[in-house]
Design a protein around this ligand. Structure first.
Ligand SMILES: [Zn+2]
Length: 337
């Protein structure tokens, strides 16, 4: 018997929403079907449908007597793939759960099933670029999406996913540890250095109190924790440098600001010293947030508006923004990556 919707059976296409019998034409016989085993699950499949989309399946089905036992993916992934392979017509990928799309993409890639490779990847791109999915998605969804993007060597997709993930991390809206682990595994340096940064901000109070970084629940290895410590001391040193002097900015021509040294510079250094001397809600190693906060404060500082020429004031504020960008782009140096 071919399993029908809702039934569970050892011949399980049971959880495939489209019963196979419905996909066979009226002349199809039970003999046309083949069994494919994946893990401990046996799937009764229509070889014509699979052969028509993939040379690999064509080869697999050449010997009618051979027993087909597939590995390299789970039964659940294969079930999702079969669901898409049998779907006539394929639904809009936007309406399909992204986890299912990933499964289809992964299995379609393994068997070079071109139509489903294109459909699933396009669906994933749509979810990533045009739906709010990644604003609330858990870390495991990001991991899966990055793995698919890397599998398909889609660097644009990979960059977009990483960018959305690190934005969520900087909001402290998601745990940076899973991103750190996956970025390390796949050598994604930008994501890795930002994950280290956010993780460091989280554990900095423990380090400052002389406690071990790992509170017992961290997935980071000893080597990774060493990078965290490197970042701690390096960013602390960077903050101490900034406490001593504001980010360097270019001096204007004397004709533009004749009293630059006597007024602009003195005012800027004094207000900078005042701001860096204030106690902050951000940890000293959280240099990016501290700089952003100071920039916002100095933007509305009335003394600076009175004492600096507008051009010099804008240049000085831009120097803070440039410093933030420079630190953000070079976090890997701080963490010795
Ligand atoms: Zn000036």
């Amino acid at each position: 018997m071919v399993a029908t919707r809702g039934q569970r059976s050892s011949m399980t296409t049971a959880e495939c929403p489209i019963p196979i019998r419905r996909l066979l034409n009226s002349t199809s016989a039970e003999d046309d079907l083949r069994i494919i085993k994946v893990q401990n699950t046996r799937f009764k499949v229509n070889p014509r449908i699979l052969r028509s989309g993939s040379r690999i399946f064509k080869t697999l089905f050449q010997d009618p007597e051979s027993f087909i036992d597939l590995s390299g993916h789970t039964a659940s992934q294969f079930r999702a793939f079969l669901w898409a392979a049998y779907a006539r017509p394929l639904p809009s990928a936007k309406s399909v759960d992204v986890g299912r799309l990933c499964s289809v993409a992964e299995v379609a890639f393994t068997y070079d099933f071109n139509a489903l490779k294109l459909w699933s990847l396009e669906g994933i791109r749509t979810h990533v670029n045009s739906t709010p999915l990644l604003r609330t998605a858990p870390s495991r969804t990001f991991v899966r999406l990055i793995q698919v993007a890397l599998l398909y060597r889609d660097t644009t997709l990979s960059r977009v996913i990483q960018s959305k993930w690190l934005t969520r991390m900087h909001w402290h809206d998601t745990d940076p540890a899973p991103a750190l682990v996956v970025a390390d595994a796949y050598s994604l340096r930008h994501l890795l250095s930002h994950a280290y940064y956010v993780h460091l901000v989280n554990v900095a109070p423990r380090i400052a109190r002389g406690l071990p970084i790992d509170d017992g629940g961290s997935p980071l290895s000893a080597a990774q924790n060493l990078h965290v410590l490197c970042g701690y001391y390096s960013l602390l040193a960077a903050w101490k440098q900034l406490q001593a002097a504001p980010p360097a900015c270019t001096s204007p021509d004397e004709t533009v600001c004749p009293e630059h040294r006597a007024r602009c510079e003195i005012a800027w250094k004094a207000r900078w010293a005042l701001e860096v001397g204030h106690s902050s809600a951000f940890a000293p190693v959280d240099v990016l947030c501290r700089l952003l906060f100071i920039e916002r404060q100095l933007e509305v500082d009335e003394v600076l508006k009175d004492c600096m020429t507008p051009g010099c004031r804008v240049e000085a504020l831009d120097a803070i923004a440039r410093k933030r960008a420079e630190i953000s782009e070079n976090l890997h140096h701080h963490f010795d990556l």
